[in-house]
Design a protein around this ligand. Structure first.
Ligand SMILES: NC(=O)c1ccc[n+]([C@@H]2O[C@H](COP(=O)([O-])OP(=O)(O)OC[C@H]3O[C@@H](n4cnc5c(N)ncnc54)[C@H](O)[C@@H]3O)[C@@H](O)[C@H]2O)c1
Length: 86
């Protein structure tokens, strides 16, 4: 579902910061979404487990550094029960 949301934002011209706990899923998402980006849009990706505050913060910092201001955050992880998401 997260990839579908990212694809929609890409088609609308947004720059994107992608993350996933799975490096291979993240690589697949980058490959699927990159062709959809508008000319001026940027995409960056960093693997992170967003139940880990440090990893989530590092991913957000990397996103800021790569694309600048982040206006919308979409958090759609699966398989998480009774854990805090950062
Ligand atoms: N698919 C649906 O139709 C649907 C409908 C309503 C609600 N939801 C809910 O939306 C959420 C996502 O569903 P989905 O179908 O996209 O699941 P999915 O398993 O296809 O995708 C979830 C993604 O989250 C990633 N992920 C898991 N743990 C993570 C972590 N700790 N840090 C970072 N990334 C992590 C996984 O690697 C995976 O790529 C679930 O909570 C699900 O219950 C899904």
């Amino acid at each position: 579902m997260g990839r579908a949301v990212a694809e929609l934002f890409a088609r609308e011209g947004a720059s994107l910061v992608l993350t996933d706990i799975s490096g291979s899923r993240l690589t697949d998402s980058v490959a699927a979404i990159t062709p959809l980006l508008r000319t001026s849009a940027k995409l960056t990706a960093q693997r992170a487990d967003i139940t880990q505050a440090g990893e989530a913060a590092a991913m957000v910092a990397a996103g800021h550094a790569a694309i600048g201001q982040v206006d919308i955050a979409v958090n759609i992880v699966g398989g998480i029960k009774a854990k805090v998401l950062f």
